[in-house]
Write a protein that binds this ligand. Structure first.
Ligand code: ADP
Ligand code: ZN
Length: 522
């Protein structure tokens, strides 16, 4: 055994541990089990790499990031660490070499793809060598339903039964209480020591703006604040990824697409370029990003609303791993809400599942519409409290005004009520807004909506302001949207507004200018 602090200096070249690293390393070196929750960039790898070096035997690392194994192992080899991996991308010769190195004890770390856990040959192989610890990276894979690796990860319990005395360290950047409990129970780590780091990423500036002209807004962000910077632009669909990447390229920005519909070769090339070259913008679906260790991603931009706060946190967390100021920027609009509700309504699975998806979306909407500190809201989702406003999010930098939207809400809701009463056909937000603005469109005339008492009663607001009202009514549960056409309907709470028993506070839409205050010093 060698001294962890010395390994940190001589092998990795760092002066000191960060955060909980030292406590975690000492605990595992001493043979204890650990469950580590640490944000992306927090330094999880050292938590198992150093104990593997400090203890006798080979550290077995289970990692789903097969595409990155070669890179990880190369980086370790460059530091003089004897590391190798076993996965399906290798030819039999390479595999045999790794296996014999393991058996001979000539490795410090052996990375295993999750699929190895299901093979009968794996325990037989492991038995022939000496294991120092089991590290379970991306441990949330054991909990997420529908996750590709879940069945493989569940096999981990067999390893533990076979080697009950070998310490295990499970690591994840997924932070919710529910996920943590599930990981602990599935992996039998209830008795393990839990290390929960703060999930705050103070160098990330969070900004959420109303989506008006998304492409132009994005371009402004890239040109005015992130010229020549590397960043990620997330889009919901593959086709919008393609279109956005193409359009950015036409605008003179080095942008590459990434989504599951591209062939493996293109994906690998684009990912490698993004990692190795400077200043590339990756336009991607959320298929891109897990395990990507690029320290200088200066911005993450979302052109569509993430499905949950957790997803938003994970995706924005890919910015600023080097600790330098970075931007998390999200543009969202009414259409996002309608589209996501529709996706939930038509999603597979039972009602309970759909309800859960709905709750995730509601939490995300609440974060978008808040007038409070965004960071405070984000951390509260992970049961962390921020004692004061952060000063580095849009609502802190340019506090939004709120206004009494009760009358506007009443007007809108009564128009929905009138249309609902017709019962023949139900209408979406666009039609209601046209009616309130007194527009005699073909569709208004066709349905005699210009004869309604609510026709033309809402000219004090313009169309985009009305869309903001609708979005916020949806976010506050004062209005519901469903079905393929985004049909609006009233909720129980709408009745309280219509019956004048409830006031409605709305957030004033600000023009989507970047906040004036300076970003924190580097
Ligand atoms: P995570 O897996 O938690 O996202 P990593 O293990 O990839 O994070 O570490 C993130 C970055 O921080 C890496 O570049 C790593 O080398 C660096 N790092 C980790 N621990 C330390 C430390 N104690 N001192 C300096 N740099 C560190
Ligand atoms: Zn703030």
């Amino acid at each position: 055994m060698s001294d962890p602090a010395q390994v940190l200096r001589t092998v990795f070249g760092y002066d000191s541990f960060r955060g909980d690293q030292q406590a975690i390393v000492e605990h595992v070196v001493a043979g204890g089990d650990a469950l580590v929750l640490m944000p992306t960039g927090g330094g999880k790898s050292l938590c198992y790499q150093i104990p593997a070096l400090a203890r006798d035997g080979v550290g077995i690392v289970i990692s789903p990031l097969i595409a990155l194994m070669q890179d990880q192992v190369d980086a370790l080899n460059a530091l003089g660490v004897r590391a190798g991996f076993l996965n399906s991308t290798q030819d039999p010769g390479e595999r045999q070499l790794m296996e014999s190195l393991y058996v001979a004890g000539e490795l410090d770390l052996l990375y295993l793809a999750p699929e190895r856990l299901r093979m009968e040959s794996t325990p037989r192989l492991l038995e022939r060598g000496k294991i120092s610890l089991f590290a379970i990276d991306e441990a949330h894979c054991v909990s997420q339903w529908g996750h590709d690796f879940r069945p493989d990860y569940l096999q981990l319990s067999h390893l533990h039964e076979r080697w009950p005395d070998i310490p295990r360290i499970a690591l994840t950047a997924t932070a919710t209480e529910a996920t943590r409990k599930e990981i602990a129970s599935r992996l039998n780590l209830e008795q393990a020591r839990h290390f929960v780091a703060s999930f705050d990423r103070p160098n990330i500036q969070y900004r959420i703006v109303p989506k008006n002209e998304p492409k132009r807004q994005l371009l402004e962000l890239l040109r005015n604040e992130h010229k020549g910077d590397a960043g990620i632009v997330y889009c919901l669909s593959r086709s919008s990824v393609d279109k956005t990447a193409e359009w950015l390229t036409e605008q003179g920005i080095d942008a590459l697409p990434y989504h599951a519909g591209l062939d493996a070769q293109t994906r690998a090339t684009n990912q490698a370029r993004f990692l190795r070259e400077d200043g590339l913008v990756m336009v991607a679906t959320i298929a891109f990003g897990m395990g990507i260790d690029k320290p200088d991603v200066r911005f993450v931009a979302h052109l569509d609303l993430p499905k949950s706060v957790e997803g938003y946190y994970q995706e924005t967390g890919r910015a600023g791993r080097d600790g330098l100021p970075s931007t998390a920027w999200l543009a969202y609009g009414l259409q996002d809400v309608i589209q996501q509700r529709k996706m939930i309504d038509t999603s597979e699975g039972d009602d309970a599942h759909r309800r859960r998806l709905g709750q995730h979306l509601d939490a995300m909407l609440a974060l978008c519409e808040t007038v409070e500190c965004r960071r405070g809201g984000l951390l509260a989702y992970f049961n962390e409290t921020l004692t004061e406003r952060c000063g580095n999010c849009d609502t802190c930098l340019t506090p939004p005004e709120s206004w009494d939207g009760t009358v506007a809400a009443q007007k809108f809701l009564s128009a929905v009520f009138r249309l609902d009463k017709e019962r023949r056909q139900r209408f979406g937000a666009g039609q209601v807004i046209d009616i309130l603005l007194g527009r005699k469109t073909a569709k208004v005339i066709q349905h005699d909506h210009d004869g309604l008492t609510v026709f033309g009663i809402g000219t004090e607001l313009n169309e985009s302001e009305w869309r903001g009202v609708v979005r916020q009514l949806l976010a506050q549960g004062l209005l519901a949207v469903e079905g393929d056409y985004g049909t609006l309907s009233l909720t129980e709470a709408s009745g309280e507004v219509l019956g004048r028993r409830r006031e409605v506070r709305l957030r004033r839409e600000t023009a989507a200018k970047p906040p004036k205050a300076a970003r924190p010093a580097k």
